[in-house]
Design a binder for this molecule. Structure first.
Ligand SMILES: *Cc1c(COP(=O)(O)O)cnc(C)c1O
Length: 535
């Protein structure tokens, strides 16, 4: 059977550092999917938004607080398709230009752009995740409704509409509305539309799932002509975007096995919910794996020697970016780079200073932090401030690299010695940075959350923290486990058994290179999702 033609919808795409239409994990996943679909010659098109001002750039001010800055970007490599579509926002027409990014040959990416002189609000496609609820709804109308209209205007007829997370949900309204205009009843249109929609859910934290009051959706959009009752039927009241995704799709997936189980429990009460399966994320080898390590691995050459060169270059670049930093080439280097969100517990390793500080004093370990908070996330910004403060307090052992982005990500996931990940279980849906690290022989040191239970062989290809514990005093429990493993296993191996370290690096690359590649993930999407018989 021929592969189904898929239109992949996502709010953001992380394709290259210089193309600033992404914020973090969600967009990088989408970018890696397009790249893998290109490598595998799969029939896919991407639909997204051309964010003129991109995502926040993070600077640290004199008081050590993060502050957000924006710039205006333009891109010469985008092609004008000549196509425009319109959507209605606050009862006014908004014209959208459709740009083509054809960097991935057989997998074109079409980007919607409101920056036209005739539009009253040209900056609605300005800042990714900027502003507040009203603008978010407008942006989601642009992505979903504008996206379907763009496909029609371009003459593209997908078999499958893949909504990556819930932002594209309004595309479902447009698909239903098209059928109702052709004479179907709402019920018929709803049943038919969901024969072609698949949905990937991401957030196992209830508050992370977007809800909008029906009134606000009505105020911002024309609902593609659907009534409030029909909207309520799809997503409830207030309108829950994830519930809508589970009802509008014929199959949905979580982004790791554990996450799929968590999502099933979380949404067990949703009537008429699509089956939720697991398609574990993967990362694009060509983007994230350091060539020198791949070559050494393939030629059976010593990995540690190669890694030490990569680490040295990384430390030099960190020093260039953070002139106050005082890290050493021969000290075990722990990397921790994440979106700054409380559940990720960025400063857990500092929770028992009496255990940590002696390791600093004896120069056994050093830590490289990086992380950004969403523009309106004050708790996240406080975490960044704390991490930065730690780098000031412990200049010889801690550094904070500002403005975490794809370049910093690639640098740290290939140059550190171990990759620390200690979220509150089971709140990390997947955690793709650990896969990048694993492929580079950077050993994972992680709570058994997200993808790690599928890859971890403790003491063989990395280390686990906490034994899968969930419940009371998880911070203390996990921190105790973290220190014990660090002191009794990781540090003695690093300084005392280079052969074992070398073997572990090899085992880590072996474990991850195929199983956690974007190619495996995209093959899974075609096999387990797109070609599945609709319910
Ligand atoms: C890989 C990556 C992410 C996602 O990784 P997580 O493990 O989910 O945090 C986020 N931001 C950047 C810049 C990345 O490179």
């Amino acid at each position: 059977m021929a592969d189904k033609k898929t239109a992949y919808f996502c709010m953001e795409y992380g394709l290259d550092q210089s193309f600033k239409i992404y914020s973090g994990g969600l967009g990088i996943l989408a970018g890696d999917i397009l790249k893998a679909a290109h490598d595998l010659n799969k029939p896919m098109v991407g639909i997204g938004i051309l964010w003129r001002q991109g995502y926040v750039e993070q600077k640290i001010d004199e008081q050590g607080r993060p502050c957000d800055t924006y710039h205006e970007y333009s891109y010469d490599f985008l092609k004008d398709t000549g196509v425009t579509v319109t959507v209605k926002i606050r009862s006014k027409k908004l014209k959208l230009k459709v740009w083509l990014c054809d960097c991935f040959g057989n997998v074109p990416l079409y980007l919607l752009d409101a920056n036209l002189p005739e539009n009253g609000d040209r900056l609605i496609t300005g800042q990714l995740y900027g502003w507040f609820n009203e603008e978010r709804i407008a942006q989601e109308v642009i992505l979903g409704v504008g996206g379907v209209r763009a496909l029609r205007a371009l003459g593209i007829e997908p078999d499958i509409y893949h909504f990556n997370d819930s932002h594209p949900m309004f595309a479902g309204f447009e698909l239903i509305s098209e059928r109702m205009k052709a004479g179907e009843s709402f019920e018929q249109a709803y049943q038919n539309v969901r024969k072609s929609i698949v949905f990937t859910t991401h957030t196992p934290v209830p508050a992370g799932n977007e809800c909008h009051p029906l009134r606000l959706i009505s105020y911002m959009s024309d609902r593609c002509g659907l009534t409030l009752d029909q909207l309520k039927f799809i997503g409830g009241s207030p309108f829950n975007m994830t519930v809508a995704g589970l009802r509008l799709s014929y199959i949905a997936n979580g982004v790791a096995k554990l996450h799929a189980r968590t999502a099933k429990k979380m949404w067990a009460d949703v009537e008429d919910c699509a089956p939720i399966i697991a398609v574990t994320n993967g990362v694009h080898n060509g983007t994230w794996q350091n060539e020198k390590i791949v070559n050494a691995f393939n030629q059976n050459k010593p990995l540690l020697t190669e890694h030490e060169k990569i680490k040295k270059d990384m430390l030099a670049e960190v020093k260039r970016r953070c002139p106050g930093a005082n890290l050493r080439d021969d000290v075990l280097t722990i990397g921790f780079a994440r979106r700054a969100a409380p559940y990720k517990r960025g400063t857990l390793i500092f929770s028992q200073p009496e255990k940590l500080l002696p390791l600093f004093e004896q120069n056994r370990i050093q830590i490289i932090f990086s992380g950004k908070a969403h523009p309106n996330d004050l708790a996240g910004k406080e975490i960044v401030r704390k991490m930065y403060q730690l780098s000031v307090d412990y200049t010889d052992n801690v550094v904070f690299v500002p403005d975490y982005d794809m370049t910093v990500g690639r640098l740290l996931t290939s140059g550190c010695d171990i990759w620390l990940n200690n979220p509150v279980r089971p709140m990390e849906a997947s955690g793709t940075s650990g896969m990048k690290a694993a492929m580079n022989g950077v050993l994972n040191f992680s709570v058994l959350d997200g993808w790690w239970p599928e890859g971890c062989e403790h003491g063989v290809n990395g280390w686990q923290i906490g034994g899968g514990y969930e419940g009371k005093n998880a911070d203390k429990h996990d921190a105790d486990s973290l220190y014990a493993t660090l002191e009794n296993e990781i540090i003695p191996t690093y300084y005392g058994d280079k052969n074992k370290w070398e073997q572990m690096m090899r085992a880590s690359i072996e474990m991850s290179s195929q199983q956690f590649s974007a190619a495996r993930m995209v093959e899974d999407y075609y096999k387990k999702m797109y070609s599945k018989k609709p319910r």
